[in-house]
Design a protein around this ligand. Structure first.
Ligand code: SME
Length: 158
């Protein structure tokens, strides 16, 4: 791994890797899993990283590639939990303290905070990037920008 001196440099380096992974000649799920591993292994406050695919005809999110503890939430109706609310809002949703969020689907008691970024194509929700953290209030504006960039890059795979 290249030496990285601050979080901005780390995020720029990771974005370059995401662009490379998207170009690789593997299948979509393999690329998305590689991106999950990249984020999980390099950002200390990311403790579960996964993609959901949107099934717009059923108004449901379907779990795709992920790394971290297994989750029972393999299908999430639009509107339910942080992921389902993000599908309806079509905007990044940050919850710095999940104990304060009433519309929340728990994956693990270790989780303290969550960020969900929509993946949009022609203004429609096609998927989401979901990240859980075991730290309270870990997400900064840099995380939002970084993860929105990741979703913009991966949107071409959807
Ligand atoms: N916590 C999410 C459910 C998905 S898990 O975090 C993997 C939610 O409230 O939508």
């Amino acid at each position: 791994m290249k030496e990285v001196y601050d979080e901005g440099q780390l995020f720029n380096f990771l974005l370059d890797r995401v662009r490379e992974i998207v170009q690789e000649p593997s299948d979509t799920n393999g690329k998305l899993l590689a991106i999950c591993k990249l984020l999980m292994n390099n950002v200390p406050h990311y403790d579960w990283v996964g993609f959901y695919f949107a099934d717009r005809s059923k108004r449901e999110l379907v779990l795709g590639p992920f790394v971290g503890d297994p989750t029972e939430h393999v299908r999430i109706p639009f509107g339910k939990g942080i992921c389902g609310q993000t599908a309806e809002r079509k905007a990044t949703f940050i919850v710095q303290d999940i104990s304060k969020e009433t519309n929340y689907l728990s994956c693990s008691p270790k989780v303290q905070s969550e960020i969900v970024v929509p993946i949009l194509k022609n203004g429609e929700i096609v998927g989401e990037l979901d990240i859980d953290s075991h730290t309270l209030s870990p997400f900064k504006e840099e995380d939002r920008k970084f993860l929105e960039n990741v979703c913009e890059i991966v949107s071409k795979l959807f």
